[in-house]
Design a binder for this molecule. Structure first.
Ligand SMILES: Nc1ncnc2c1ncn2[C@@H]1O[C@H](COP(=O)(O)OP(=O)(O)OP(=O)(O)O)[C@@H](O)[C@H]1O
Length: 240
């Protein structure tokens, strides 16, 4: 069953001070089956993040359909879903990890991960235990657990971001350069989590500049230039 079907997706931006619109991306079509992991590759500015942000509805798509198969709502076009539906999906079904940490003020890193679990309806003790496990897995120094992440390093923020998103075991996880500022050891930790989530049925769409990281992890690679898959399972090349 398709978990996500992108049909003729396009997004334009209005550059207000120039009074112009700019086509960031257009004519994108691909679909993902449940439990698949798709990597998106393409040069800088080709629109990779715009696709992910539109699926998460940070951006409102202006052409095409983004059909997501929701546990709660059944088939739903993310381009047309109500704000309420989107809030529900972000809380329970769709996760997004970027390089940038967007967190509530005066909330410690431990509280942030716990909150993610409490939102899912976990009991407090379970949330506490699983939050500690996640922070430990991503090797966030325990000294930082009860501090505010505003002063964290880039890698620490990113590891916290990944912990917050993955602890919820979302049905669909969007990864926008989640390994950008990580050392090799932290990258391996992200790899472990991706494998575990995948084994548990999470469907993933990821952008990685690090092609090696994608190797053996992605089922398909979508190339923005060709607007098609260039690799499907076991490295079999599909031209066109
Ligand atoms: N909010 C926005 N307002 C105006 N233009 C935008 C906005 N977001 C993205 N763009 C433009 O849309 C185009 C695609 O950007 P996007 O970030 O999706 O590219 P990308 O492929 O992810 O690039 P990179 O690999 O450098 O992160 C770029 O030209 C960018 O300047």
């Amino acid at each position: 069953m398709s978990m996500l079907e992108i049909k003729n997706f396009g997004k334009r931006f209005t550059i207000h001070h120039l009074g112009k619109t700019m086509q960031a991306v257009e004519h994108i079509d691909f679909s993902l089956e449940t439990g698949e992991f798709i990597g998106i590759v393409g040069k800088s500015g080709s629109g990779k993040s715009t696709i992910l942000k539109s699926i998460y509805r940070t951006y409102l798509p202006d052409a095409g359909r983004l059909l997501y198969y929701s546990e709660r709502f059944g088939s739903i076009d993310l381009a047309e879903a109500t704000e309420r539906e989107i809030l529900y999906l972000r809380q329970y079904e769709i996760g997004y990890v970027s390089q940038f940490l967007n967190v509530m003020p005066r909330t410690t890193s431990r509280q942030l991960v716990e909150k993610a679990l409490l939102e899912m309806g976990e009991a407090e003790e379970v949330a506490r235990r699983e939050a500690e496990q996640a922070l430990t897995h991503f090797e966030l120094d325990p000294k930082l657990w009860d501090t505010y992440p505003t002063t964290f390093s880039g890698g620490e923020k990113l590891r916290l971001n990944i912990a917050m998103a993955t602890v919820k075991k979302p049905r669909l996880l969007l990864l926008d350069e989640p390994t950008a500022s990580l050392d090799q050891q932290s990258k391996e930790k992200v790899r472990d989590i991706i494998k575990k989530l995948k084994a548990n049925g999470t469907t993933l769409v990821g952008i990685f500049h690090d092609i090696e990281f994608m190797d053996g992890l992605c089922d398909k690679v979508f190339d923005m230039k060709r607007r098609s898959f260039i690799m499907e399972k076991q490295g079999v090349a599909h031209e066109g």
